[in-house]
Design a protein around this ligand. Structure first.
Ligand SMILES: NC(=O)c1ccc[n+]([C@@H]2O[C@H](COP(=O)([O-])OP(=O)(O)OC[C@H]3O[C@@H](n4cnc5c(N)ncnc54)[C@H](OP(=O)(O)O)[C@@H]3O)[C@@H](O)[C@H]2O)c1
Length: 338
């Protein structure tokens, strides 16, 4: 392994309060040192995900006291290891890293991560760009397939379906024989998904959407929906699906409370539950996670590839966030650390 010189200080993005991107600033900090069972990652790239936007406004599931370093996932190289066999194993390896747990977010030139869940080894053949986006959406897309198959669903519904995740779910679904009823909110998103081979794409802003949705769900016997939007859309999905259906809410892009009419829940035996990747993973056994990670990495060059719209230097994180919030569909925005 080539010896990498580790500097004393590094550039980091810091969030001072949960009041949005305006509360971000760039700070020089000492490079942290890894402790037992920890590694130091020289971060290469990190995407901006909807969960990062939620973090900036205190809307996400983790809300540590500020100041915090944001950034939910990224990629890089392990350049130093603390004591412990597992930490030594990772030394010199390319890894994907999570922004949760000890060490905090990854919008930083260096980050210390625990080898127990903070880093995952990346195939050498994967670029750091794709590696940076290999945890959250690819594993979620595979989790949706797993949940659908276990429930015996041959068709599932997905909202915000033109998202990077939605495109992955569509590609995996075609590969694994699960049909997707896609719901989007713009005509350009209908065209985008159809051009990629999706059969069913409905626009929630179309006149007659509710009737189209009802007919489609009954014709295809769609009884499971994954909903990223929440608010009134959740109730529209519940209403449209046949008896004994379920909406799994996995995000709240609308920032509105989930709506569910009691009559649908009581008299039609419909349900609403939720999905969050971290808790779902922690319910799987270690072998399953490792196999899932191996399969996911194999699929990244094909079904789980993420389009990239633009790469910004870390110092321009605010501009990058502005750009992303102005146009979320059509490829990810990445931060390049150095
Ligand atoms: N629960 C979990 O564990 C988990 C894991 C992975 C992903 N997710 C969620 O999955 C979703 C997709 O993530 P991603 O990274 O693939 O996103 P992305 O590529 O950045 O795209 C976001 C998509 O959401 C659409 N959107 C934004 N606000 C919307 C609204 N109010 N109503 C309808 N559509 C809206 C955007 O459409 P426009 O261009 O029209 O704005 C865009 O197509 C996110 O909500 C994310 O939080 C959750």
């Amino acid at each position: 392994m080539k010896k990498i010189k580790i500097p004393d200080t590094m550039t980091t993005v810091v969030l001072d309060s949960y009041s949005g991107a305006d509360a971000l600033r760039i700070e020089q900090r000492p490079v942290p040192r890894p402790g037992r069972n920890e590694v130091l990652v020289k971060v290469a790239f990190a995407p901006i995900n909807p969960s990062d936007l939620a973090t900036l406004t205190g809307y996400y599931g983790f809300k540590n006291p500020t100041p915090i370093v944001p950034g939910g996932e990224g990629s890089g190289e392990v350049v130093s290891a603390g004591p412990g066999v597992m930490a030594s194993y990772f030394l010199g390896k390319n890894v994907a890293c999570t922004g949760w747990g000890k060490g905090g977010g990854v919008w930083s030139e260096y980050v210390v991560k625990s080898v127990k869940g903070g880093v995952l080894p990346l195939n050498k053949s994967l670029s750091f760009e794709q590696g940076a986006m290999s945890i959250i959406n690819p594993l979620t897309a595979n989790a949706f397939m797993d949940i659908s198959k276990k429930g015996g669903h041959k068709t599932i519904l997905l909202t915000a379906a033109a998202s990077s995740l939605g495109q992955k779910v569509n590609r995996l679904g075609r590969n694994e024989g699960i049909q997707i009823v896609n719901v989007v909110r713009r005509d350009t998103q209908v065209e985008l998904l159809k051009a990629q081979g999706a059969d069913i794409v409905l626009n929630s802003n179309d006149e007659g959407f509710e009737e189209q949705l009802h007919n489609t769900c009954h014709q295809t016997n769609t009884r499971l929906a994954f909903d990223a939007v929440a608010g009134p859309l959740t109730n529209q999905l519940l209403k449209a699906m046949p008896q004994d259906s379920k909406v799994t809410v996995f995000s709240a892009l609308s920032r509105q409370a989930v709506q569910a009419s009691p009559d649908l829940l009581i008299f039609e035996n419909k349900m609403v539950d939720s999905f969050w990747l971290g808790p779902w993973m922690s319910k799987q056994n270690f072998v399953k996670i490792m196999l899932l990670w191996k399969r996911t990495q194999k699929q990244i060059p094909t079904h789980l590839k993420s389009d990239i719209r633009k790469i910004y230097p870390l110092q321009e994180a605010k501009e990058a966030i502005d750009d992303y919030t102005g146009q979320m569909t059509g490829g990810k925005i990445l931060l390049r650390m150095s």
